[in-house]
Design a protein around this ligand. Structure first.
Ligand SMILES: Cc1cc2nc3c(=O)[nH]c(=O)nc-3n(C[C@H](O)[C@H](O)[C@H](O)COP(=O)(O)OP(=O)(O)OC[C@H]3O[C@@H](n4cnc5c(N)ncnc54)[C@H](O)[C@@H]3O)c2cc1C
Ligand SMILES: NC(=O)c1ccc[n+]([C@@H]2O[C@H](COP(=O)([O-])OP(=O)(O)OC[C@H]3O[C@@H](n4cnc5c(N)ncnc54)[C@H](OP(=O)(O)O)[C@@H]3O)[C@@H](O)[C@H]2O)c1
Length: 386
Protein backbone atom coordinates (compact mmCIF):
# COMPACT_ATOMS: atom_id res chain seq x y z
CA UNK A 1 0.00 0.00 0.00
CA UNK A 2 2.63 2.60 0.91
CA UNK A 3 3.84 2.64 -2.67
CA UNK A 4 2.83 0.47 -5.62
CA UNK A 5 5.96 -1.68 -5.48
CA UNK A 6 7.37 -1.41 -1.99
CA UNK A 7 6.37 -3.92 0.67
CA UNK A 8 3.64 -2.41 2.87
CA UNK A 9 4.89 -1.02 6.15
CA UNK A 10 1.99 -2.56 8.07
CA UNK A 11 0.08 -5.82 7.76
CA UNK A 12 -2.09 -8.21 9.78
CA UNK A 13 0.88 -9.33 11.89
CA UNK A 14 2.21 -5.82 12.33
CA UNK A 15 -0.67 -3.33 12.21
CA UNK A 16 -0.28 0.37 12.98
CA UNK A 17 -1.78 1.24 16.37
CA UNK A 18 -4.03 4.14 15.40
CA UNK A 19 -6.34 6.50 17.26
CA UNK A 20 -9.88 7.44 16.31
CA UNK A 21 -10.26 11.20 16.02
CA UNK A 22 -13.74 11.85 14.56
CA UNK A 23 -17.00 9.91 14.92
CA UNK A 24 -20.01 11.71 13.41
CA UNK A 25 -23.48 10.29 12.81
CA UNK A 26 -24.34 11.02 9.19
CA UNK A 27 -27.92 9.76 9.28
CA UNK A 28 -30.70 11.84 10.84
CA UNK A 29 -32.50 11.18 14.13
CA UNK A 30 -35.49 9.56 12.38
CA UNK A 31 -33.37 7.34 10.15
CA UNK A 32 -33.67 3.57 10.42
CA UNK A 33 -29.89 3.46 10.08
CA UNK A 34 -26.90 4.62 12.04
CA UNK A 35 -24.33 5.36 9.35
CA UNK A 36 -21.25 7.20 10.56
CA UNK A 37 -18.29 9.16 9.30
CA UNK A 38 -15.10 8.10 11.08
CA UNK A 39 -11.65 9.64 10.93
CA UNK A 40 -8.56 7.74 12.02
CA UNK A 41 -5.22 9.42 12.55
CA UNK A 42 -2.22 8.06 10.68
CA UNK A 43 0.09 10.70 12.13
CA UNK A 44 3.65 9.51 12.42
CA UNK A 45 2.87 6.11 10.88
CA UNK A 46 4.20 6.52 7.35
CA UNK A 47 1.12 4.57 6.28
CA UNK A 48 -0.16 5.88 2.96
CA UNK A 49 -2.93 4.79 0.62
CA UNK A 50 -4.42 5.40 -2.79
CA UNK A 51 -8.08 6.19 -3.36
CA UNK A 52 -9.92 2.93 -4.07
CA UNK A 53 -7.99 1.08 -1.34
CA UNK A 54 -9.57 -0.36 1.79
CA UNK A 55 -8.54 -0.14 5.43
CA UNK A 56 -8.32 -3.27 7.57
CA UNK A 57 -9.26 -2.77 11.22
CA UNK A 58 -8.79 -5.12 14.13
CA UNK A 59 -11.49 -4.35 16.69
CA UNK A 60 -12.04 -5.72 20.16
CA UNK A 61 -15.24 -7.30 21.48
CA UNK A 62 -17.92 -5.59 23.54
CA UNK A 63 -16.79 -5.86 27.22
CA UNK A 64 -20.42 -6.45 28.26
CA UNK A 65 -20.59 -9.53 26.04
CA UNK A 66 -17.22 -10.66 27.41
CA UNK A 67 -18.60 -10.46 30.98
CA UNK A 68 -21.83 -12.27 30.03
CA UNK A 69 -19.78 -15.03 28.41
CA UNK A 70 -17.55 -15.39 31.48
CA UNK A 71 -20.65 -15.60 33.71
CA UNK A 72 -22.32 -18.15 31.43
CA UNK A 73 -19.16 -20.28 31.64
CA UNK A 74 -19.28 -20.08 35.44
CA UNK A 75 -15.76 -18.60 35.38
CA UNK A 76 -14.23 -15.56 37.08
CA UNK A 77 -12.34 -14.14 34.12
CA UNK A 78 -8.87 -14.15 35.64
CA UNK A 79 -8.20 -17.82 34.87
CA UNK A 80 -5.07 -18.18 32.69
CA UNK A 81 -5.57 -19.48 29.15
CA UNK A 82 -3.05 -20.03 26.37
CA UNK A 83 -3.67 -18.21 23.09
CA UNK A 84 -1.12 -19.36 20.50
CA UNK A 85 1.30 -20.29 23.27
CA UNK A 86 0.91 -16.92 25.04
CA UNK A 87 -0.65 -17.11 28.48
CA UNK A 88 -3.19 -14.44 29.40
CA UNK A 89 -6.34 -14.09 31.53
CA UNK A 90 -9.54 -15.50 30.03
CA UNK A 91 -11.14 -12.01 30.07
CA UNK A 92 -8.35 -10.55 27.94
CA UNK A 93 -8.47 -13.46 25.49
CA UNK A 94 -12.24 -13.12 25.02
CA UNK A 95 -11.92 -9.35 24.62
CA UNK A 96 -9.12 -9.36 22.07
CA UNK A 97 -8.50 -12.70 20.42
CA UNK A 98 -11.70 -14.63 19.70
CA UNK A 99 -14.98 -14.23 17.90
CA UNK A 100 -17.57 -14.62 20.65
CA UNK A 101 -20.80 -13.32 19.11
CA UNK A 102 -21.56 -16.24 16.78
CA UNK A 103 -21.31 -19.90 17.79
CA UNK A 104 -19.02 -22.33 16.01
CA UNK A 105 -20.13 -25.83 14.99
CA UNK A 106 -16.99 -27.17 16.65
CA UNK A 107 -18.24 -25.81 19.98
CA UNK A 108 -21.67 -27.41 19.50
CA UNK A 109 -20.06 -30.77 18.79
CA UNK A 110 -18.02 -30.49 21.99
CA UNK A 111 -21.11 -29.48 23.98
CA UNK A 112 -22.97 -32.48 22.51
CA UNK A 113 -20.09 -34.73 23.59
CA UNK A 114 -20.44 -33.29 27.09
CA UNK A 115 -24.09 -34.32 27.30
CA UNK A 116 -26.24 -31.73 25.46
CA UNK A 117 -28.61 -34.30 23.92
CA UNK A 118 -30.55 -31.76 21.84
CA UNK A 119 -27.32 -30.63 20.21
CA UNK A 120 -26.26 -34.23 19.52
CA UNK A 121 -29.60 -34.69 17.73
CA UNK A 122 -29.18 -31.43 15.78
CA UNK A 123 -25.73 -32.48 14.62
CA UNK A 124 -27.01 -35.68 12.94
CA UNK A 125 -26.64 -35.43 9.12
CA UNK A 126 -30.40 -35.75 8.60
CA UNK A 127 -30.98 -32.62 10.71
CA UNK A 128 -28.71 -30.33 8.67
CA UNK A 129 -31.49 -27.84 7.92
CA UNK A 130 -32.46 -27.54 11.59
CA UNK A 131 -28.78 -27.11 12.52
CA UNK A 132 -28.42 -24.29 10.02
CA UNK A 133 -31.51 -22.67 11.49
CA UNK A 134 -30.00 -22.97 14.98
CA UNK A 135 -26.54 -21.67 14.11
CA UNK A 136 -27.04 -19.34 11.16
CA UNK A 137 -26.17 -15.79 11.99
CA UNK A 138 -28.87 -14.37 9.77
CA UNK A 139 -31.64 -16.56 11.18
CA UNK A 140 -30.81 -16.99 14.76
CA UNK A 141 -27.66 -15.10 15.77
CA UNK A 142 -27.01 -17.33 18.73
CA UNK A 143 -23.87 -16.65 20.71
CA UNK A 144 -22.14 -18.69 23.42
CA UNK A 145 -24.19 -17.04 26.15
CA UNK A 146 -27.40 -18.33 24.54
CA UNK A 147 -26.11 -21.90 24.25
CA UNK A 148 -24.37 -22.08 27.64
CA UNK A 149 -27.56 -20.78 29.29
CA UNK A 150 -29.69 -23.27 27.36
CA UNK A 151 -27.53 -26.20 28.50
CA UNK A 152 -26.42 -25.37 32.05
CA UNK A 153 -25.43 -29.02 32.62
CA UNK A 154 -22.60 -28.62 30.08
CA UNK A 155 -19.37 -27.37 31.66
CA UNK A 156 -16.23 -26.12 29.88
CA UNK A 157 -12.95 -25.21 31.49
CA UNK A 158 -11.77 -21.77 30.27
CA UNK A 159 -9.04 -23.36 28.11
CA UNK A 160 -11.39 -25.98 26.67
CA UNK A 161 -13.82 -23.22 25.80
CA UNK A 162 -11.19 -21.04 24.11
CA UNK A 163 -10.00 -24.03 22.10
CA UNK A 164 -13.42 -24.19 20.40
CA UNK A 165 -13.40 -20.55 19.27
CA UNK A 166 -12.51 -18.93 15.97
CA UNK A 167 -9.98 -16.11 15.93
CA UNK A 168 -11.47 -12.62 15.80
CA UNK A 169 -11.01 -11.50 12.18
CA UNK A 170 -10.16 -8.08 10.85
CA UNK A 171 -12.86 -6.14 8.95
CA UNK A 172 -12.28 -4.23 5.73
CA UNK A 173 -13.69 -0.78 4.96
CA UNK A 174 -13.52 1.20 1.71
CA UNK A 175 -11.51 4.33 2.36
CA UNK A 176 -13.68 7.44 1.87
CA UNK A 177 -10.94 10.09 1.83
CA UNK A 178 -7.94 11.13 -0.25
CA UNK A 179 -4.59 11.75 1.42
CA UNK A 180 -4.25 14.72 -0.95
CA UNK A 181 -7.18 16.38 0.86
CA UNK A 182 -6.48 14.98 4.35
CA UNK A 183 -2.79 14.23 4.89
CA UNK A 184 -2.13 11.73 7.70
CA UNK A 185 -5.74 10.73 8.08
CA UNK A 186 -8.06 8.06 6.77
CA UNK A 187 -11.85 8.42 6.64
CA UNK A 188 -14.42 5.61 6.68
CA UNK A 189 -18.18 5.61 6.08
CA UNK A 190 -19.68 2.80 8.11
CA UNK A 191 -23.20 1.47 8.68
CA UNK A 192 -23.43 0.40 12.34
CA UNK A 193 -24.71 -3.17 12.51
CA UNK A 194 -27.12 -3.87 15.41
CA UNK A 195 -30.07 -6.20 15.69
CA UNK A 196 -32.15 -8.01 18.31
CA UNK A 197 -32.28 -11.75 18.80
CA UNK A 198 -33.39 -14.03 21.63
CA UNK A 199 -34.27 -11.08 23.85
CA UNK A 200 -30.93 -9.28 23.65
CA UNK A 201 -29.45 -6.57 21.44
CA UNK A 202 -26.67 -7.94 19.20
CA UNK A 203 -23.82 -5.88 17.87
CA UNK A 204 -21.62 -6.29 14.83
CA UNK A 205 -18.09 -6.36 16.31
CA UNK A 206 -16.25 -3.79 14.29
CA UNK A 207 -18.95 -1.31 13.26
CA UNK A 208 -20.06 -0.93 16.91
CA UNK A 209 -16.43 -0.76 18.05
CA UNK A 210 -16.14 2.26 15.73
CA UNK A 211 -19.50 3.73 16.77
CA UNK A 212 -19.40 3.12 20.53
CA UNK A 213 -16.11 1.87 21.92
CA UNK A 214 -13.07 3.39 20.17
CA UNK A 215 -12.27 6.77 21.65
CA UNK A 216 -9.69 8.85 23.52
CA UNK A 217 -6.21 7.38 23.73
CA UNK A 218 -7.35 3.84 22.95
CA UNK A 219 -5.51 2.47 19.94
CA UNK A 220 -6.56 -0.21 17.46
CA UNK A 221 -4.57 -2.02 14.80
CA UNK A 222 -5.03 -0.90 11.20
CA UNK A 223 -3.32 -1.59 7.91
CA UNK A 224 -4.00 -0.85 4.28
CA UNK A 225 -5.48 -3.29 1.83
CA UNK A 226 -4.42 -2.34 -1.65
CA UNK A 227 -7.21 -2.66 -4.22
CA UNK A 228 -5.47 -2.13 -7.53
CA UNK A 229 -8.57 -3.23 -9.43
CA UNK A 230 -10.53 -0.30 -8.02
CA UNK A 231 -8.27 2.61 -8.87
CA UNK A 232 -9.21 5.77 -10.78
CA UNK A 233 -8.25 5.71 -14.48
CA UNK A 234 -4.60 6.60 -15.04
CA UNK A 235 -5.56 9.34 -17.50
CA UNK A 236 -7.06 12.22 -15.47
CA UNK A 237 -9.09 13.28 -18.53
CA UNK A 238 -11.10 10.04 -18.54
CA UNK A 239 -14.73 10.46 -17.47
CA UNK A 240 -15.96 8.31 -14.59
CA UNK A 241 -19.44 7.06 -13.69
CA UNK A 242 -19.79 5.98 -10.06
CA UNK A 243 -22.70 4.00 -8.62
CA UNK A 244 -22.63 3.88 -4.82
CA UNK A 245 -25.83 3.65 -2.81
CA UNK A 246 -25.58 3.59 1.00
CA UNK A 247 -22.06 3.08 2.31
CA UNK A 248 -21.14 2.13 -1.25
CA UNK A 249 -20.52 5.84 -1.80
CA UNK A 250 -17.40 5.70 0.40
CA UNK A 251 -14.71 5.21 -2.28
CA UNK A 252 -16.40 7.73 -4.56
CA UNK A 253 -16.10 10.50 -1.97
CA UNK A 254 -12.40 9.57 -2.00
CA UNK A 255 -12.24 9.60 -5.82
CA UNK A 256 -13.87 13.03 -5.96
CA UNK A 257 -11.62 14.49 -3.26
CA UNK A 258 -8.66 13.17 -5.20
CA UNK A 259 -9.79 14.49 -8.57
CA UNK A 260 -10.52 17.88 -6.99
CA UNK A 261 -7.08 18.00 -5.34
CA UNK A 262 -5.26 17.09 -8.56
CA UNK A 263 -7.43 19.29 -10.79
CA UNK A 264 -8.24 16.27 -12.99
CA UNK A 265 -10.23 17.39 -16.01
CA UNK A 266 -12.25 14.18 -16.56
CA UNK A 267 -16.00 14.50 -16.00
CA UNK A 268 -17.52 12.85 -12.92
CA UNK A 269 -21.03 11.40 -12.58
CA UNK A 270 -22.30 10.02 -9.27
CA UNK A 271 -25.37 7.86 -8.61
CA UNK A 272 -26.16 7.82 -4.89
CA UNK A 273 -29.18 6.76 -2.87
CA UNK A 274 -30.40 5.49 0.43
CA UNK A 275 -33.72 5.21 2.22
CA UNK A 276 -34.88 8.83 2.76
CA UNK A 277 -33.63 12.16 1.48
CA UNK A 278 -34.25 14.03 4.75
CA UNK A 279 -32.54 11.41 6.93
CA UNK A 280 -30.04 9.55 4.79
CA UNK A 281 -28.58 12.00 2.27
CA UNK A 282 -25.12 11.87 3.79
CA UNK A 283 -22.26 14.11 2.63
CA UNK A 284 -25.05 16.25 1.11
CA UNK A 285 -23.21 19.59 1.48
CA UNK A 286 -20.03 18.19 0.00
CA UNK A 287 -21.78 16.52 -2.95
CA UNK A 288 -23.99 19.55 -3.68
CA UNK A 289 -20.91 21.78 -3.40
CA UNK A 290 -19.21 19.63 -6.04
CA UNK A 291 -22.22 20.00 -8.33
CA UNK A 292 -22.02 23.79 -7.86
CA UNK A 293 -18.28 24.03 -8.53
CA UNK A 294 -18.55 21.69 -11.53
CA UNK A 295 -16.46 18.80 -10.16
CA UNK A 296 -19.60 16.66 -10.41
CA UNK A 297 -21.10 16.95 -13.88
CA UNK A 298 -24.11 14.96 -12.67
CA UNK A 299 -25.48 13.78 -9.33
CA UNK A 300 -28.42 11.39 -9.73
CA UNK A 301 -30.22 10.49 -6.51
CA UNK A 302 -32.49 7.58 -5.63
CA UNK A 303 -34.22 7.69 -2.25
CA UNK A 304 -35.96 4.36 -2.01
CA UNK A 305 -38.52 5.06 0.71
CA UNK A 306 -39.68 8.60 -0.11
CA UNK A 307 -42.53 7.30 -2.27
CA UNK A 308 -44.81 4.29 -2.47
CA UNK A 309 -42.73 2.56 -5.16
CA UNK A 310 -39.05 1.75 -4.51
CA UNK A 311 -36.69 3.90 -6.51
CA UNK A 312 -33.15 2.56 -6.73
CA UNK A 313 -29.94 3.74 -8.43
CA UNK A 314 -30.52 1.36 -11.34
CA UNK A 315 -33.85 3.10 -12.05
CA UNK A 316 -32.00 6.41 -12.28
CA UNK A 317 -29.46 4.76 -14.59
CA UNK A 318 -32.27 3.58 -16.87
CA UNK A 319 -33.83 7.08 -16.93
CA UNK A 320 -30.47 8.54 -17.94
CA UNK A 321 -29.70 5.60 -20.24
CA UNK A 322 -29.03 7.55 -23.43
CA UNK A 323 -26.56 9.87 -21.68
CA UNK A 324 -24.92 7.00 -19.81
CA UNK A 325 -24.46 5.08 -23.06
CA UNK A 326 -22.89 8.21 -24.60
CA UNK A 327 -20.41 8.52 -21.70
CA UNK A 328 -19.47 4.83 -22.03
CA UNK A 329 -18.81 5.34 -25.73
CA UNK A 330 -16.65 8.33 -24.90
CA UNK A 331 -14.44 6.04 -22.84
CA UNK A 332 -15.94 6.51 -19.35
CA UNK A 333 -14.99 4.05 -16.62
CA UNK A 334 -17.96 2.56 -14.75
CA UNK A 335 -17.59 1.87 -11.00
CA UNK A 336 -19.96 0.12 -8.59
CA UNK A 337 -19.55 -0.18 -4.82
CA UNK A 338 -21.80 -1.48 -2.00
CA UNK A 339 -24.21 -4.33 -1.46
CA UNK A 340 -23.09 -7.40 -3.36
CA UNK A 341 -26.13 -9.61 -3.07
CA UNK A 342 -28.87 -7.44 -4.47
CA UNK A 343 -27.72 -4.03 -5.70
CA UNK A 344 -24.63 -5.03 -7.70
CA UNK A 345 -26.59 -7.70 -9.62
CA UNK A 346 -29.42 -5.28 -10.43
CA UNK A 347 -27.02 -2.53 -11.53
CA UNK A 348 -25.27 -5.05 -13.77
CA UNK A 349 -28.61 -6.03 -15.35
CA UNK A 350 -29.48 -2.34 -15.82
CA UNK A 351 -26.21 -1.75 -17.64
CA UNK A 352 -26.91 -4.64 -20.01
CA UNK A 353 -30.42 -3.26 -20.63
CA UNK A 354 -28.92 0.16 -21.48
CA UNK A 355 -26.54 -1.42 -24.00
CA UNK A 356 -29.56 -3.15 -25.58
CA UNK A 357 -31.84 -0.13 -25.65
CA UNK A 358 -29.37 2.60 -26.55
CA UNK A 359 -26.69 0.54 -28.31
CA UNK A 360 -29.15 -1.38 -30.46
CA UNK A 361 -27.68 -4.69 -29.31
CA UNK A 362 -29.35 -8.05 -28.77
CA UNK A 363 -29.29 -9.32 -25.19
CA UNK A 364 -26.40 -11.63 -26.05
CA UNK A 365 -24.40 -8.85 -27.73
CA UNK A 366 -25.11 -6.48 -24.84
CA UNK A 367 -23.91 -9.08 -22.32
CA UNK A 368 -20.75 -9.69 -24.32
CA UNK A 369 -20.14 -5.93 -24.63
CA UNK A 370 -20.46 -5.38 -20.87
CA UNK A 371 -18.98 -8.59 -19.47
CA UNK A 372 -16.30 -9.45 -21.98
CA UNK A 373 -15.48 -6.03 -23.43
CA UNK A 374 -15.96 -3.43 -20.72
CA UNK A 375 -15.23 -5.66 -17.73
CA UNK A 376 -12.57 -8.14 -18.87
CA UNK A 377 -10.76 -6.75 -21.91
CA UNK A 378 -10.89 -2.99 -21.33
CA UNK A 379 -11.17 -3.18 -17.52
CA UNK A 380 -13.38 -0.08 -17.57
CA UNK A 381 -16.13 -1.70 -15.45
CA UNK A 382 -14.85 -2.05 -11.91
CA UNK A 383 -16.57 -3.34 -8.81
CA UNK A 384 -15.94 -3.28 -5.08
CA UNK A 385 -18.91 -5.08 -3.61
CA UNK A 386 -19.42 -6.74 -0.24
C1 LIG B 1 -13.78 -4.69 0.56
C2 LIG B 1 -14.83 -4.35 1.59
C3 LIG B 1 -15.18 -3.04 1.80
C4 LIG B 1 -16.17 -2.72 2.73
N1 LIG B 1 -16.47 -1.41 2.92
C5 LIG B 1 -17.43 -1.08 3.81
C6 LIG B 1 -17.78 0.29 4.00
O1 LIG B 1 -17.22 1.21 3.38
N2 LIG B 1 -18.73 0.58 4.91
C7 LIG B 1 -19.38 -0.41 5.62
O2 LIG B 1 -20.25 -0.08 6.43
N3 LIG B 1 -19.07 -1.71 5.46
C8 LIG B 1 -18.11 -2.06 4.59
N4 LIG B 1 -17.77 -3.38 4.43
C9 LIG B 1 -18.40 -4.37 5.33
C10 LIG B 1 -17.56 -4.48 6.64
O3 LIG B 1 -16.30 -5.10 6.35
C11 LIG B 1 -18.21 -5.32 7.74
O4 LIG B 1 -18.61 -6.55 7.20
C12 LIG B 1 -19.41 -4.66 8.38
O5 LIG B 1 -19.07 -3.42 8.98
C13 LIG B 1 -19.99 -5.56 9.49
O6 LIG B 1 -18.95 -5.85 10.37
P1 LIG B 1 -19.17 -5.96 11.96
O7 LIG B 1 -17.92 -6.47 12.56
O8 LIG B 1 -19.76 -4.70 12.51
O9 LIG B 1 -20.32 -7.03 12.03
P2 LIG B 1 -20.11 -8.65 12.27
O10 LIG B 1 -19.71 -8.87 13.67
O11 LIG B 1 -19.24 -9.15 11.22
O12 LIG B 1 -21.56 -9.06 12.10
C14 LIG B 1 -22.18 -8.91 10.83
C15 LIG B 1 -22.97 -10.14 10.60
O13 LIG B 1 -24.06 -10.11 11.51
C16 LIG B 1 -25.16 -10.75 10.96
N5 LIG B 1 -26.29 -9.83 10.96
C17 LIG B 1 -26.29 -8.56 10.58
N6 LIG B 1 -27.51 -8.02 10.68
C18 LIG B 1 -28.29 -9.01 11.17
C19 LIG B 1 -29.66 -9.10 11.50
N7 LIG B 1 -30.47 -8.04 11.36
N8 LIG B 1 -30.13 -10.26 11.97
C20 LIG B 1 -29.33 -11.32 12.12
N9 LIG B 1 -28.01 -11.31 11.82
C21 LIG B 1 -27.51 -10.17 11.35
C22 LIG B 1 -24.79 -11.11 9.54
O14 LIG B 1 -24.40 -12.45 9.49
C23 LIG B 1 -23.62 -10.23 9.24
O15 LIG B 1 -22.75 -10.80 8.30
C24 LIG B 1 -16.80 -3.73 3.48
C25 LIG B 1 -16.46 -5.07 3.27
C26 LIG B 1 -15.49 -5.37 2.34
C27 LIG B 1 -15.14 -6.81 2.13
N1 LIG C 1 -27.32 -8.93 2.12
C1 LIG C 1 -28.32 -8.33 2.73
O1 LIG C 1 -29.41 -8.86 2.88
C2 LIG C 1 -28.10 -6.94 3.23
C3 LIG C 1 -29.18 -6.16 3.63
C4 LIG C 1 -28.94 -4.85 4.09
C5 LIG C 1 -27.64 -4.41 4.18
N2 LIG C 1 -26.62 -5.21 3.79
C6 LIG C 1 -25.26 -4.78 3.93
O2 LIG C 1 -25.26 -3.86 4.98
C7 LIG C 1 -24.25 -2.92 4.79
C8 LIG C 1 -24.75 -1.53 4.90
O3 LIG C 1 -25.77 -1.26 4.04
P1 LIG C 1 -25.86 0.23 3.56
O4 LIG C 1 -26.39 1.03 4.68
O5 LIG C 1 -24.62 0.60 2.91
O6 LIG C 1 -26.92 0.26 2.44
P2 LIG C 1 -27.93 -0.73 1.79
O7 LIG C 1 -28.63 -1.54 2.80
O8 LIG C 1 -27.21 -1.40 0.69
O9 LIG C 1 -29.03 0.33 1.22
C9 LIG C 1 -28.71 1.48 0.43
C10 LIG C 1 -29.83 1.76 -0.53
O10 LIG C 1 -29.87 0.72 -1.49
C11 LIG C 1 -31.23 0.33 -1.63
N3 LIG C 1 -31.37 -1.00 -2.19
C12 LIG C 1 -31.91 -2.12 -1.63
N4 LIG C 1 -31.95 -3.12 -2.52
C13 LIG C 1 -31.44 -2.62 -3.67
C14 LIG C 1 -31.24 -3.17 -4.95
N5 LIG C 1 -31.59 -4.43 -5.24
N6 LIG C 1 -30.71 -2.39 -5.90
C15 LIG C 1 -30.36 -1.11 -5.64
N7 LIG C 1 -30.53 -0.53 -4.44
C16 LIG C 1 -31.06 -1.28 -3.47
C17 LIG C 1 -31.80 0.49 -0.26
O11 LIG C 1 -33.21 0.55 -0.35
P3 LIG C 1 -34.25 -0.18 0.64
O12 LIG C 1 -33.51 -0.52 1.88
O13 LIG C 1 -35.35 0.83 0.85
O14 LIG C 1 -34.75 -1.38 -0.11
C18 LIG C 1 -31.21 1.82 0.12
O15 LIG C 1 -31.96 2.87 -0.43
C19 LIG C 1 -23.64 -3.26 3.47
O16 LIG C 1 -22.54 -4.08 3.78
C20 LIG C 1 -24.69 -4.06 2.79
O17 LIG C 1 -24.10 -4.94 1.87
C21 LIG C 1 -26.83 -6.46 3.34
Amino acid sequence: MSTEHAKPLYNAKNPFQATHTVNIKLTGPASEKDTRHHEISLAGSGLTYEVGDALALKATNDPELVELTIQALGAKGDEPVKVKEVEKPLREALFRDYQIHFIEKKFLAKAAEKGAAKLAELLKPENAAALTEYTSARNASRDYVDVLREFPEVKFTPQEFCDQLRALAIRLYSISSSLKAHPESVHLTVATVRWNAHGRQRNGVCSTFLADRWSGDTTAGVFGQMQKHFRLPEDPNTPVIMVGPGTGVAPFRAFLEDREATGAKGRNWLFFGDQRREQDFFYRDQFEGWVKNGLLSRLDLAFSRDQAEKVYVQHRMAEAGAELWKWLNEGAYFYVCGDKNRMAADVHAALIAIAQKHGGKTEEEAKAFIEEGLMKTEKRYRRDVY
